[in-house]
Design a protein around this ligand. Structure first.
Ligand code: ATR
Length: 279
């Protein structure tokens, strides 16, 4: 019997999940496995997710704009998905479909992979942005032992809601005009906004108040080195690009569906980069 998995999104053509998972299916010679994109309109998302087993799927990834719908459509979740109220990975378990969220795991695994010896406990983390990605990252950083999460957002009310919804124990909210205070004494700076993406304006902030030993990362990976990462590198900071978060968030799902824990290799990075260069 073919083990079918899909990625559900709207639109879904931009998703690199089929490329990543089909690479691993071939690399680990998983027999009778298939991973395919599935474009699902918002109004059909909940029903499609509940019907996944009937449609012949053993699991799925969920991407924008369906992550919250997927959470609501499922009645079983792991602790991270329950905390974020968003699901990016669906797994068939003995008790039925379970929603999980591996975005924060992917973020942390990427930093550990690319910045040798990095530890969240080193000092306060500054997040630019307060959207869905910021939620996953804030929760993961707290779980990893970050002593303080500082959130800088254009709309401070969204940052307040993020901290309250997640029940963050040590969160501080800063207005954009007060970003210098947020950077003061920080050990990590992460851009979780869409700023810096091809066609968008760059993150515009003065890095001078950030300690020189602070790590700087970006979840934007088109371009791989965003304007923020370029300026941070020039200022002497260690930097980590956002591509690895995409690759690492895929690992737990593949392991759950196919029973093999796949490796994020340089070859996989190159494969995805080549695909990005084509579009
Ligand atoms: P995602 O789920 O991918 O994180 P999102 O929920 O749309 O995306 O969040 C996007 C983030 O980028 C938000 O923090 C948003 O700020 P607001 O909460 O004020 O909307 C931020 N963002 C997007 N465009 C921006 C811009 N031009 N300037 C500043 N922040 C911006």
């Amino acid at each position: 019997m073919t083990r079918k998995v899909c990625v559900i999104g709207w639109p879904v053509t931009h998703s690199r999940s089929p490329l990543i998972h089909n690479h691993w299916i071939a690399e680990y010679r998983i027999p009778d496995a298939r991973y395919e994109p599935m474009a699902v309109k918002p109004e059909d998302a909940a029903a499609t997710i509940r019907d996944l087993p009937k449609l012949g799927f053993v699991g799925a990834n969920v991407t924008v704009p369906h992550k919250e719908t997927a959470f609501a459509a499922l009645d079983r979740h792991d602790a991270v998905a329950r905390r974020l109220k968003a699901v990016n990975t669906i797994v068939t378990t003995a008790k039925g479909l379970e929603g999980r969220n591996t975005d924060g795991y992917g973020f942390i695994a990427n930093l550990k992979d690319r910045a040798a010896g990095w530890k969240a406990s080193r000092g306060p983390a500054v997040l630019l942005g307060a959207g869905g990605a910021a939620r996953a990252i804030a929760a993961a950083l707290e779980d990893e032992g970050a002593p303080e999460i500082r959130i800088v957002n254009r709309t401070p009310a969204r940052a307040e809601a993020l901290a309250a919804d997640l029940g963050l124990k040590a969160a501080r909210i800063f207005a954009e005009t007060d970003v210098a205070s947020a950077l003061d004494g920080a050990a990590l700076l992460v851009n979780t906004t869409t700023l810096g993406m091809k066609g968008e304006s760059d993150v515009d902030l003065d890095l001078a108040p950030l300690p020189k030993d602070a790590l700087v990362s970006d979840i934007v990976y088109t371009p791989l080195e965003t304007g923020l990462l370029c300026r941070a590198r020039e200022a002497g900071h260690e930097i980590v690009d956002g591509l690895g978060m995409l690759l690492h968030q895929a690992v737990p799902g593949f392991e759950a569906w196919f029973g093999v824990r796949p490796e994020v290799t340089e070859q996989l990075r190159k494969l995805v980069l080549a695909d990005i260069a084509k579009h």
